[in-house]
Design a protein around this ligand. Structure first.
Ligand code: GDP
Length: 325
């Protein structure tokens, strides 16, 4: 039975990846940070089929001990301080986890078993102020936040350990990917949750930031499949994963509100509070390398994704209201 170690298993991608790998017959070890309030919501349904171990990307010893004890075949590094606005408030912490955490994990792999295959969750935020449209594996980086800068470090240290030590280390450059499990602070989920609340009469307004920025939004479930495909290749490499379509935050609002028969203009207001010190204006990816080499392609369109998320938030909130009655 192949064994996978996943950091960030309690997050959106970690939970979908764990489910996908269980279906493929893997044994799953997941890293959780010790705290009095760990959020097991996303992995509740599979918790009895996986092993959770305590450790931290800030603590090298914990990583080395886990690898020594469990000897996984594959390591997926999905843990990070992943919210862009927080990275301006906590730039050093973001660097410790999102950047140096990658080195800690890679170096533990190098010392314990250099045959372990490694996946690094890299991000389209590395392209930032884009140098080329669409963005592909060879597009130069120009990050626009401490988060983006930390992810550039994580990408290059992954490439460097591959080239220095011959590790099977892969950097997956994933464009924004969403789902009903996306954190409520990210824009897609903030909007779909807001639409559901407005529809159900729980609130009337949705306070937003920049409506002009454009993203290439895909479905997280499609994207975790790509992570696994990358590690099944004989040679490690780097891949862009994207839909190739770009949509503005305004379009996102329109599609989500329309799905609930609401007019977005009657409810959305803008506030400086949600504007960023530096913005990434446009992201759109070219995933043709992943198409050719991995045979990967996305199955969900933007519209299907957003409508699915609105439906899921409606269902969840209706259930909550019923339970409170
Ligand atoms: P990011 O691409 O990793 O930063 O993902 P987000 O979902 O946090 O943000 C995507 C885009 O939506 C960014 O350009 C934000 O500036 C924009 N945006 C506009 N209003 C909001 C908001 O209220 N919350 C968030 N998170 N983003 C917003």
């Amino acid at each position: 039975m192949p064994k996978a170690f996943i950091t960030g298993i309690t997050g959106q991608d970690g939970s979908y990846l764990a489910e996908f790998l269980l279906d493929q017959g893997y044994e799953i070890i997941g890293l959780v940070r010790r705290s009095s309030t760990v959020n097991f919501e996303r992995i509740g349904a599979i918790q009895d089929r996986i092993t959770l171990v305590s450790g931290d990307l800030l603590d090298q010893t914990s990583l080395t001990q886990i690898l020594e004890q469990y000897r996984p075949d594959e390591v997926y590094n999905l843990a990070a301080q992943s919210f862009v606005p927080t990275s301006w408030q906590q730039p050093v912490f973001t660097g410790e986890v999102t950047a140096l955490g990658v080195t800690r994990l890679l170096d533990s792999i190098r010392t314990i078993d250099s045959g372990i295959r490694f996946y690094q969750a890299s991000s389209s935020e590395m392209f930032g102020k884009v140098r080329e449209v669409p963005q592909k594996e060879t597009t130069p980086f120009y990050p626009r936040s401490p988060y983006g800068v930390a992810k550039v470090y994580g990408h290059w240290i992954t490439v460097n350990y591959r080239e220095s030590y011959g590790l099977h280390a892969t950097s997956g450059i994933l464009f924004n990917h969403e789902s009903p499990r996306r954190g409520l602070e990210f824009v897609t989920r903030k909007v779909t949750d807001g639409v559901a609340r407005i529809k159900l009469g729980l609130q009337d307004r949705l306070v937003m930031g920049n409506l002009d920025s454009r993203r290439d939004w895909g479905y997280a479930k499609d994207y975790v499949r790509a992570m696994w495909m990358m590690l099944q290749q004989d040679e490690a490499s780097d891949y862009v994963i994207a839909t190739g379509e770009t949509h503005s935050v305004e379009e996102l609002c329109r599609v989500a509100f329309e799905h609930a028969d609401l007019d977005w203009k009657a409810h959305v207001v803008q506030d400086q509070r949600f504007m960023r010190p530096a913005e990434v204006d446009l992201l759109v990816g070219d995933a043709s390398k992943a198409g050719q080499i991995l045979g990967w392609e996305p199955k969900y369109t933007f519209q299907q994704l957003i409508e699915m998320m609105v439906d899921a938030d409606m269902k969840r909130l209706q259930k909550e209201i019923k339970n409170n009655e």
